[in-house]
Design a binder for this molecule. Sequence first.
Ligand code: CU
Length: 161
Amino acid sequence: MKFPTLLKTAVALAMASACMAALAQAAAVKVEGAWARATVQGQRGTGAFMSLTSKDATQLVGVTTPVAGVAEVHEMKMVGDVMKMRALPLLDLPAGKKVELKPGGYHLMLMDLKAPLAKDSTIPVTLLFKDAKGVESRLELKLPVATVAPGATAATAEHKH
Ligand SMILES: [Cu+2]
């Protein structure tokens, strides 16, 4: 019988394409070790950290989150004896190279927080990328909120920048 065979094929194709779409999205930029630093009452800003590995050369051009009024990609570095922090319009992600966003270096800066970020909660964060052809894509993340990096010991966590 022709019809049931066609129907089965259609279902199989739909499942296969759903699978491939999920794979393509996951493969574009790999996110590892993502977390946001917990805050205390009255604290208006904090950082979020992760490592990003892009399959193809791309740029991180923005970040949004409903928990903060302002979210920016920042760089922190020593200028002479002073630790300076500045907003970056974009962060290059070379093909296949792991780029670390970590305390004391690149980070996502969440400012004008609408409420304290409680330890062990999660926050939604959306990363905005632009590839070499100028095509924009989004990556929705759920970041765990913690006082130290996942896997970090208390000793290294106490090392403040
Ligand atoms: Cu910052």
